[in-house]
Each structure stands twice: as structure tokens, then as C-alpha cells.
Design a protein around this ligand. Structure first.
Ligand SMILES: Cc1cc2nc3c(=O)[nH]c(=O)nc-3n(C[C@H](O)[C@H](O)[C@H](O)COP(=O)(O)OP(=O)(O)OC[C@H]3O[C@@H](n4cnc5c(N)ncnc54)[C@H](O)[C@@H]3O)c2cc1C
Length: 388
């Protein structure tokens, strides 16, 4: 199997991607339905660590593979053909290892990054709160300066890996009157006093994502755990979110490709009214539209990914890829299920998992509506000034 990003990869990157694909077939495929029903992902995560998939972007100097963004994009697409939820959880803990590699604190670099890459610890990133999602600047979890550090109070919600993570990159407000400028970023250690995990959220699909939250009650964070001070943290989060939006689009491309392949294979076998289902024009046209949307999604995702890899401005391209991915993946997977008749509902085909995952993707790292807001702001900047 080749992916749409394979031609852009170097030989060593393709070798890693092949290894990831092997992991997908060996570990993810037999377990995806079990994870969906609530089985723990921890064994799968350990297997991913063993394959080196939790150290993809960590620099060589810290024991990582030091790969570029495009490989991560190709890998998330390939693995989401099997199971987007596990892929998303895996990439989120990988992201924490990569982010901590930039820390100035020795203990983070010497102890925590290696533990994350080995799968001894897991990571999560916490911006959202039960009462603040799209409105990130409106978060209420507070940090108050005290001697030698900070005291954190509040609750984070809707956090990927919240059920298994030990380390949380956590955004907090240091000065409510300062809005986004008051937001700082800390490393929160879930093994320390003042941290309580809340019960996992019971959602209708994507359970491998392990979504949930945690409370901080007079949690003490030392100065060493301040990853980005007020004034910088919000901007850094916004820069990082472009990469996340594009890999979410790549994940949608992966799950849509898998759904289409399943529906076409089924339609070629299944007979109705004396011929294969796929030979009926109405059905074939519906799947043709899915194929066209998939091609367009791949093009938007690839272009945005190349911009990110080249460290160019990818704000509009990332928002467009993610916005389009939400629209076409939910509609496309639904069309594939419809084309298979009742058989499309059977768990063995995986389309129910893909549909839940496509819906989840329309919220993570900024909802579809927030993507429209972003694109609209870009439109004004591009065209608004040309009129008198
Ligand atoms: C499975 C899953 C995993 C997640 N993982 C993480 C994670 O690891 N870390 C993290 O920090 N967050 C995570 N999130 C949270 C995610 O980022 C939020 O769900 C997202 O930002 C939307 O926020 P909300 O759900 O609170 O919706 P709200 O902000 O309450 O919005 C509700 C609806 O209103 C729309 N809306 C809001 N404002 C506007 C507006 N101005 N104009 C038009 N429409 C608007 C939204 O698009 C949405 O459709 C996760 C979410 C899910 C579902």
C-alpha cells in the first residue's frame, strides 16, 4: 500500500513509514474494535514505543529519531486507515515528548523525554476546560505566583489521553484582566499532590482517545516547570495548532480512503438486480463523489503540510484543509455506509469507527466553525484592503 505523501518522503523516512504500517497491521488492526469497546490502549502504546513511533520528532541528541513533520503527516494518514482514535492518542503523547525536547529544564530533558519515548510515561496537552473550548483565551484555570514557583487551581476537560497520561502540558491564566496575554504554559505532573483525574468521559465512539479531564487543587509548580511565560504561551499554542490541524486532515484522508476502499470492494462482490452493486449508476456516482472529495482533501492536506515543513505561513492552508476534511469525511463515510446497505453497519467493516472518528475530527484542534472564522479573517486580510 502506498500513500499520497510517499513521493515526498526520503528513503529513510519511507523505511519508518513501512515500519509504522507493519505496526498498524500487526497491533492496531486486531485491537481496534476492542479499544472501541473500552479495552485499555496501554499495551498498544508500549508496542508503538517499541517501534520508535513515540520518538518520531524528538531530536537525536535526546534519543529520538529527529524526523520532519511530513513523515508524521504520512504516518497519521496511514494509521488512521485502520484506527484514527488510537493514532490520535499515540501522536498526542509523541507531541508531548517533542514539545518537552525544547524545555530548558534538565530534568525534563534527561528524565521525562526518555521516559515518554520509551512509553514508561504518557503525555497530554490541556488547553480546553469544561467551560472553555473554542474560546481558548477564556480559560479560567489560574496560576498564582508564590515563593519559588506557582500555585495552580482549576479544571481541564476534553483532554486526549487524560485517562492514561502522567504528564500534562497545561495552559493557565496568570492575570484574568490580561486576556490571552495572561496565558502561561506549565508542565503538570499527574503523580504529584494537588492533581486529581476526573472519571473518563463516556462518548459514543473514539474511546481509544481516552478523553477526560483533571482538577488542580493548590497544585504547586516550580519555576522549572514553566514552559512558556505569559505573553508567549498563547502565541506558541497558536503556532503549533497549524501542524495539528493538518494532521487531523490527514487522518480524515486516511479513514475516508479506507471507507471508500471497503465500499468499492463490497460493491464489486455484492449482486443486486442481476449485476454487481457498483454497476448501478446511482451508487457508482455517489462513490465517485467520495473519490473526488478524497483527492481534493489529499491535495489541500499535502499543500498545507509542505508549507509547515518549509516553516512558511500555513494558517490559511491549515484551516482550509481541516475545514474541508470535516465536511467531506463525515459525508463521505456516511455515503460509503449507505452504499453497502445494512452490511455497512457491521463492526467488522470498521465504518462505524471511521464515522465517529470523522465527527470527532470536526472538533479537535479547533471546530469546523472556528476554521471558517480563521479563513474569513484571512479573506478580509487578502481582499478587504483592495476596495476603497
Ligand atoms: C475527542 C476529543 C479530544 C479532544 N482533545 C483535546 C486535547 O487533547 N486538548 C485540548 O485542549 N482540547 C481537546 N479537545 C477539545 C476541543 O479542542 C474542543 O472540543 C473544541 O475546541 C471545541 O470546543 P467545545 O467543544 O467546548 O465547543 P464550544 O466552544 O462550546 O462550541 C460549541 C459549538 O459552537 C460553535 N462556536 C463556538 N464559538 C463560535 C463562534 N464564535 N462562531 C460560530 N460558531 C461558534 C463551535 O464550533 C461548536 O460547534 C478534544 C475534543 C474532543 C471531542
Amino acid at each position: 500500500m502506498t500513500g499520497f505523501l510517499d513521493p515526498y518522503l526520503k528513503d529513510d523516512e519511507r523505511a519508518v513509514l513501512d515500519r509504522a504500517r507493519g505496526f498498524g497491521q500487526r497491533v492496531m488492526r486486531p485491537n481496534a474494535d476492542h479499544w472501541e469497546r473500552g479495552m485499555s490502549v496501554i499495551e498498544g502504546m508500549h508496542a508503538a514505543a517499541h517501534e520508535g513511533l513515540l520518538r518520531l520528532e524528538v531530536p537525536h541528541s535526546l534519543g529520538g529519531l529527529g524526523h520532519r513533520y511530513l513523515l508524521k503527516l504520512a504516518m497519521t494518514e496511514a494509521l488512521s486507515r485502520i484506527d484514527m482514535a488510537f493514532t490520535f492518542a499515540m501522536i498526542n503523547t509523541q507531541n508531548v515528548a517533542a514539545r518537552l525536547s525544547y524545555s530548558k529544564t534538565r530534568a525534563h530533558l534527561e528524565t521525562l523525554v526518555p521516559a515518554l519515548t520509551r512509553g514508561d510515561l504518557f503525555g497530554a496537552t490541556a488547553l480546553s476546560e469544561p467551560n472553555a473550548g473554542s474560546d481558548f483565551a477564556g480559560i479560567k484555570t489560574s496560576a498564582t505566583k508564590v515563593d519559588g514557583g506557582w500555585v495552580l487551581n482549576g479544571e481541564k476537560g476534553w483532554i486526549t489521553n487524560a485517562t492514561i497520561a502522567d504528564l500534562f502540558i497545561t495552559y493557565v491564566q496568570t492575570d484574568p484582566s490580561a486576556g490571552w496575554r495572561g496565558i502561561a504554559c506549565f508542565l503538570v505532573d499527574g503523580r504529584k499532590a494537588g492533581f486529581t483525574r476526573v472519571a473518563p468521559y463516556d462518548i459514543f465512539g473514539g474511546r481509544a482517545i481516552g478523553v477526560g479531564g483533571f482538577k488542580l487543587d493548590n497544585y504547586f509548580a516550580g519555576e522549572d516547570d514553566l514552559l512558556a511565560p505569559a505573553g508567549e504561551a498563547f502565541k506558541l499554542a497558536m503556532q503549533g495548532v497549524n501542524g495539528a490541524r493538518v494532521y487531523v486532515a490527514a487522518m480524515c484522508a486516511g479513514l475516508l480512503a479506507a471507507s471508500l476502499e471497503t465500499a468499492v470492494d463490497y460493491g464489486a462482490e455484492r449482486q443486486a438486480f442481476g449485476k454487481a452493486l457498483i454497476k448501478h449508476q446511482g451508487l457508482a456516482w455517489s462513490l465517485s463523489d467520495v473519490a473526488t472529495d478524497l483527492t481534493a482533501l489529499r491535495a489541500l492536506t499535502r499543500d498545507a503540510g509542505l508549507l509547515i515543513d518549509a516553516q512558511k505561513d500555513a494558517v490559511m492552508a491549515a484551516a482550509q484543509a481541516k475545514s474541508f476534511s470535516g465536511r467531506v469525511s463525515v459525508a463521505g463515510v456516511t455515503a460509503c455506509i449507505q452504499a453497502m446497505g445494512a452490511a455497512g453497519l457491521r463492526t467488522e467493516h470498521g465504518l462505524g469507527r471511521h464515522l465517529s472518528a470523522a465527527k470527532i475530527a470536526a472538533f479537535t484542534d479547533g471546530s469546523s466553525e472556528m476554521m471558517s472564522e480563521r479563513i474569513a479573517a484571512g479573506l478580509t486580510a487578502s481582499f478587504g484592503s483592495t476596495r476603497s
